[in-house]
Design a protein around this ligand. Structure first.
Ligand code: UDP
Ligand code: MG
Length: 321
């Protein structure tokens, strides 16, 4: 779906890079080969140097001097992959944008098929579905699967293990993602939030071509937690369940004590009353915490200023009337 100004469609390859001096030349060669074979489309490379401390910037300068299809933006420090992807998509001018990691874990060989899907099969987006996790450690794979199960329950968004950032999007999808201006960005959630039709193409996971992953358990855990917080207010409301349980326990304790006293012909002890009071008052406190959490969650979502709806198609564009 060409914008009309160009003869051919333009595909923007958006690449977040953090300390990728070794991978970048290999990445560029591999994607260029595929791009050259797809002579019915134009390509541009939009690299974002996310505050690398190695020679990534030097490599990017070299690439942009050598090949006019290559552009880059270099951050003043490491802002994280989410920020780098946002910057890359903002800079990209393509009719279609594809997000790719620099380490060749996202196979360039899928690009022709992805383009066919988004340009000719009526889909807005085509994602790579990673099958297997050979490149990742066992514990990491296990934790990732667990995280996706929990987050799917809490957020009710379609986030599956294997759905990564590797996807080719049409311009309207890119604009919808860019319209989400929230600061705490969690791309997998945003993709799911904006909707649009997506086709998934499976690919085998491979180890990164060289260099090391930028993630460790601490950063992965923080990322996972941020993801849940960005799309679910359920944790804020946990106090509600705890409050009801504590109050129910208090009432139950009082009833059991009363029945015990009636059977033995005695009266309630001070201890019985104290335990009952502690349980009921703690429960009440928890319930009030829940109410505060409920208000806070409304405010939290308001602050994100997410669009109320996203239009996929109109009978006529108001700009072309
Ligand atoms: N990356 C980035 N900023 C960061 C961390 C990573 O731009 O703070 C880039 C990195 O250079 C690579 C992609 O994000 O192109 C994926 O990173 P990595 O391969 O380390 O993650 P993994 O594949 O292990 O999930
Ligand atoms: Mg990787």
């Amino acid at each position: 779906m060409n914008s009309g100004r160009r003869e051919k469609d333009l595909i923007s390859v958006v690449v977040p890079c953090f300390n990728e001096e070794e991978s970048l030349p290999l990445f560029y060669e591999a994607v260029s080969q595929v791009a050259d074979a797809m002579d019915h489309v134009d390509f541009e490379f939009v690299f974002v140097d996310d505050g690398s401390r190695d020679a990534t910037l030097k490599v990017l300068r070299g690439l942009s001097e050598r090949d006019s299809r290559c552009r880059f933006a270099s951050f003043s420090r490491n802002f994280g992959k989410e920020a780098a992807m946002y910057a890359g998509l903002s800079e990209a001018e393509g009719d279609y944008c594809v997000l790719m990691d620099a380490d060749l874990q996202h196979p360039p060989a899928l690009l022709p098929q992805m383009y066919r899907v988004v340009s000719g099969e009526g889909y807005d987006c085509c994602g790579g579905l990673r099958v297997g996790r050979e490149g990742d450690g066992r514990v990491r794979s296990l934790l990732s699967r667990g995280f996706y199960k929990i987050s799917q329950r809490l957020t009710r968004l379609d986030m599956t293990d294997g759905h990564g950032d590797f996807r080719m999007m049409s311009r309207p999808v890119v604009e919808a993602i860019l319209d989400m201006k929230e600061y705490n960005r969690y791309m997998k959630g945003l993709f799911s939030f904006v909707g649009f039709s997506t086709k998934w193409i499976p690919y085998e996971n491979v180890e990164r071509v060289c260099g090391k992953t930028k993630w460790n358990f601490k950063s992965l855990f923080t990322y996972a937690f941020e993801g849940i917080l960005a799309f679910s207010t359920a944790p804020l409301k946990l106090a509600g369940g705890a409050g009801i349980l504590l109050m129910a326990a208090g009432i139950l304790f009082l009833l059991v004590s009363l029945i015990g006293c009636a059977a033995a012909g005695g009266t309630l002890t001070a201890m019985d009353l104290v335990v009952t009071l502690i349980l009921i008052l703690s429960g009440l406190q928890m319930l009030f915490l829940y109410i505060i959490g409920a208000y806070l969650s409304k405010d939290y979502l308001e602050n994100k200023k997410r669009p109320l709806y996203i239009v996929r198609e109109r009978s006529c564009s108001k700009f072309n009337l």
